[in-house]
Write a protein that binds this ligand. Sequence first.
Ligand SMILES: [Zn+2]
Length: 143
Amino acid sequence: MYEFSHRRSARYPESMATIKTQTILIKNDKNISSEGTLRFTIYDHQERVKRAIIALAGFWLLALISVPVVVLHFVLVPAFLFMGPYFAYKRYHAVSVPIEVIGHCPTCDEELTIQVETSDRLPMWSYCSARHDPIQLVEIAGT
Ligand SMILES: [Zn+2]
């Protein structure tokens, strides 16, 4: 059920992350389903450490930049200082990050590409891009 392709991720061109695909089901509200493909990125340990450090450095840089902002710095500086380790922790534990779902809408049969957010997990509801039909993205049992 899994296809492996060892190429550089488009979202993080400097990384050695692996793009994987998984066959999933695209269901509509009348329980008609079609097959779709979920593309996601797998990060190895080294890559996750790198992503975590980038997140930490980014937020702490924002904290530093916020120091001269009068009055608001009382909120911004501590907020960014805390967000650094928080997002670094989340990124370190993000082994598999979804990118998009490609398939056909079971209602109108139009081709669809659904961008998936980092925090999204299946099953989830979305809309087909062509006619905004409600669709549910579901993992196939046993994969
Ligand atoms: Zn549709």
